[in-house]
Write a new protein. Structure first.
Length: 130
């Protein structure tokens, strides 16, 4: 085995080991981790509900990925989620869930990134009122 054949797998393994360190913190303090070119997940911690996840997803797409607020986001994880499970989202409709997980009229499994960020604003306003 040549030196090149030994070094490249080690570099790849080191890069994969560092992957969780590339996680991004949303405005509402939830951690978002990119899974591939289109998919990302909002990691579970106490209090993760659909509204918090959509807020984090919208914030990640706009501020983290620097995409337009009109960018469509699809929920991939089928609601309801089990306790401790992350919620996966995508910039592609492939494998989309049957619902956003939010109480809304019209159904569907997607929202715009701007709508997600608007949920952040609504959550902040509700918390201030408490």
């Amino acid at each position: 085995m040549t030196l090149r054949n030994r070094v490249i797998p080690l570099l790849l393994a080191a890069g994969l080991a560092a992957w969780p360190a590339a996680a991004w913190q949303s405005d509402n303090s939830f951690t978002v981790r990119q899974l591939d070119q289109n998919r990302f997940e909002v990691l579970s911690r106490g209090g993760l509900g659909a509204s918090d996840a959509w807020c984090a997803a919208g914030d990640f797409v706009v501020r983290g990925l620097r995409l337009s607020r009109s960018t469509q986001i699809w929920r991939i994880s089928e609601p309801p989620r089990r306790s401790g499970e992350s919620i996966v989202f995508s910039l592609s409709s492939k494998g989309a869930a049957s619902s956003t997980g939010l109480a809304s009229f019209g159904g569907g499994s997607s929202l715009s990134a701007g709508h997600g960020q608007n949920i952040c604003s609504s959550l902040r306003a509700m918390r201030r009122e408490r």
